[in-house]
Ligand binder design. Structure first.
Ligand code: ZN
Length: 188
């Protein structure tokens, strides 16, 4: 089932999401629904607060890019992150152009570490602690921000923030229309 996506300005995107346990009701179905919602909106990652659930659950799916052949792999890389925690940031930081399904029409370069040591549980509640990099590390960091009430525009310079302020306000007041279904944010 495709779920409506919560837009910038909704208070749930500013909340600290709660960790979950393996007996969380309807978890398998929720994960399926989140993947379906993400793919239907052409996203590469989705965090549970974006579908109106304040829990520490993230889905990620993308086709890895191969620099040598300048093509995208046929095989998709998929990850489910439950209660993820960044243990350590590694290496240099780099800029990468990010967008967010909760903030349609805004794309900005965001500075983040290239690689991180990540601790998480997968959909079977198997525990992982791995050094990850590339697209996985980039998307994971963006999505983990959502679990802590942060969005990518918070990480921009004061100048860039000022420049996109009106656009952000348009999203918050429902003036921006996405190609996918969004949850109507209550008037404040
Ligand atoms: Zn996002």
């Amino acid at each position: 089932m495709i779920l409506p996506i919560v837009g910038y300005g909704d208070p749930i995107l500013r909340k600290e999401a709660q960790p979950i346990t393996a007996d969380y009701q309807g978890l398998d179905q929720l994960i399926d629904d989140m993947f379906e919602t993400m793919y239907s909106a052409d996203g590469v990652g989705l965090a549970a607060p974006q579908i109106d659930r304040s829990i520490q659950l993230v889905v990620i799916g993308f086709r890895p890019y191969d620099e040598k052949t300048d093509t995208y792999s046929e095989n998709e890389e998929r990850h489910v992150l439950i209660n993820p925690e960044i243990i350590e940031e590694k290496g240099e930081k780099e800029y990468f152009n990010e967008g967010c399904l909760s903030i349609p029409d805004i794309h900005e370069d965001v500075l983040r570490p290239k690689s991180i040591v990540l601790h998480w549980f997968d959909e079977n509640f198997d525990e992982h602690e791995e050094l990850i990099d590339g697209m996985f590390a980039r998307v994971a960091q963006h999505e983990i921000d959502h679990l802590h009430g942060k969005v990518f525009t918070d990480r921009l310079s004061p100048l860039r923030k000022t420049m996109i302020k009106r656009k952000l306000n348009d999203v918050a007041t429902g003036k921006v229309h996405a190609k996918y279904r969004m949850k109507r944010t209550s008037k404040r």
